[in-house]
Design a protein around this ligand. Structure first.
Ligand code: FES
Length: 106
Protein backbone atom coordinates (compact mmCIF):
# COMPACT_ATOMS: atom_id res chain seq x y z
CA UNK A 1 0.00 0.00 0.00
CA UNK A 2 1.24 3.45 -0.93
CA UNK A 3 -1.02 5.59 1.23
CA UNK A 4 -4.48 4.45 0.15
CA UNK A 5 -3.24 3.14 -3.21
CA UNK A 6 -3.04 -0.65 -3.50
CA UNK A 7 -0.21 -1.97 -5.66
CA UNK A 8 -1.01 -5.61 -6.43
CA UNK A 9 1.84 -8.09 -6.81
CA UNK A 10 1.47 -11.72 -7.88
CA UNK A 11 4.37 -14.07 -7.12
CA UNK A 12 5.09 -17.69 -6.36
CA UNK A 13 6.12 -18.89 -2.94
CA UNK A 14 9.78 -18.83 -2.04
CA UNK A 15 10.82 -15.34 -2.90
CA UNK A 16 11.06 -12.51 -0.42
CA UNK A 17 8.62 -9.65 -0.08
CA UNK A 18 11.41 -7.31 -1.24
CA UNK A 19 11.99 -9.35 -4.42
CA UNK A 20 8.26 -9.44 -5.08
CA UNK A 21 7.99 -5.65 -4.74
CA UNK A 22 11.18 -4.90 -6.68
CA UNK A 23 10.72 -7.36 -9.54
CA UNK A 24 7.02 -8.15 -9.93
CA UNK A 25 4.94 -5.10 -9.00
CA UNK A 26 2.73 -3.65 -11.75
CA UNK A 27 4.04 -0.19 -10.81
CA UNK A 28 7.58 0.81 -9.88
CA UNK A 29 7.96 0.78 -6.12
CA UNK A 30 10.60 3.43 -5.54
CA UNK A 31 10.04 3.22 -1.80
CA UNK A 32 11.95 -0.09 -1.78
CA UNK A 33 15.27 0.61 -3.49
CA UNK A 34 16.77 -2.43 -1.72
CA UNK A 35 20.28 -1.01 -1.97
CA UNK A 36 21.97 -4.12 -0.52
CA UNK A 37 19.85 -6.53 -2.62
CA UNK A 38 18.63 -8.42 0.41
CA UNK A 39 21.80 -8.78 2.51
CA UNK A 40 20.12 -7.23 5.57
CA UNK A 41 22.57 -4.32 5.50
CA UNK A 42 20.74 -1.21 4.26
CA UNK A 43 17.18 -1.04 5.68
CA UNK A 44 15.93 0.53 2.44
CA UNK A 45 13.32 -2.25 2.27
CA UNK A 46 11.72 -1.24 5.59
CA UNK A 47 7.93 -1.68 5.43
CA UNK A 48 5.11 -1.65 7.95
CA UNK A 49 3.07 -4.84 7.98
CA UNK A 50 -0.64 -4.16 8.07
CA UNK A 51 -2.04 -4.73 11.56
CA UNK A 52 -4.30 -7.52 10.29
CA UNK A 53 -1.18 -9.40 9.15
CA UNK A 54 1.22 -8.81 12.03
CA UNK A 55 0.57 -12.13 13.77
CA UNK A 56 0.76 -14.20 10.59
CA UNK A 57 3.99 -12.55 9.43
CA UNK A 58 5.52 -12.30 12.89
CA UNK A 59 7.75 -9.68 14.45
CA UNK A 60 11.43 -9.41 13.70
CA UNK A 61 13.41 -11.46 16.22
CA UNK A 62 14.56 -9.13 19.01
CA UNK A 63 18.18 -10.30 18.85
CA UNK A 64 18.50 -10.30 15.09
CA UNK A 65 20.45 -8.26 12.56
CA UNK A 66 17.08 -7.20 11.19
CA UNK A 67 16.04 -5.58 14.46
CA UNK A 68 19.49 -4.03 14.94
CA UNK A 69 19.08 -2.41 11.55
CA UNK A 70 15.52 -1.10 11.73
CA UNK A 71 14.94 -0.17 15.35
CA UNK A 72 16.35 3.33 14.87
CA UNK A 73 14.85 3.89 11.43
CA UNK A 74 12.37 6.67 10.84
CA UNK A 75 8.84 5.30 11.19
CA UNK A 76 9.93 2.27 13.20
CA UNK A 77 7.08 0.42 14.89
CA UNK A 78 8.10 -2.53 17.09
CA UNK A 79 5.06 -4.59 16.12
CA UNK A 80 4.77 -3.72 12.42
CA UNK A 81 8.25 -2.87 11.15
CA UNK A 82 9.97 -5.49 9.03
CA UNK A 83 12.64 -5.60 6.40
CA UNK A 84 10.90 -6.89 3.29
CA UNK A 85 14.03 -8.82 2.32
CA UNK A 86 13.72 -10.93 5.47
CA UNK A 87 10.16 -12.11 4.81
CA UNK A 88 10.14 -15.33 2.82
CA UNK A 89 6.75 -15.58 1.16
CA UNK A 90 4.71 -18.72 1.73
CA UNK A 91 1.16 -19.78 0.91
CA UNK A 92 0.02 -18.40 4.31
CA UNK A 93 1.00 -14.90 3.08
CA UNK A 94 -1.56 -14.89 0.26
CA UNK A 95 -3.21 -11.46 0.46
CA UNK A 96 -0.50 -9.93 2.64
CA UNK A 97 -0.69 -6.15 2.97
CA UNK A 98 2.44 -4.10 3.68
CA UNK A 99 2.60 -0.32 3.88
CA UNK A 100 5.38 1.54 2.11
CA UNK A 101 7.61 4.12 3.77
CA UNK A 102 9.65 6.83 2.05
CA UNK A 103 12.83 4.74 2.16
CA UNK A 104 14.05 6.27 -1.11
CA UNK A 105 14.28 9.65 0.63
CA UNK A 106 16.74 8.45 3.29
FE1 FES B 1 18.90 -4.09 2.23
FE2 FES B 1 16.65 -5.36 2.86
S1 FES B 1 17.38 -4.89 0.90
S2 FES B 1 18.16 -4.62 4.19
Amino acid sequence: MRGQEKIPVQVDEGMTLMEAARDYAETNIDEIPADCSGCCACATCHVLIDRDWVIKVGEADKNSAETDLIEYEKGYDRMKSRLACQIQLEKKHDGLVAHLLDNHKL
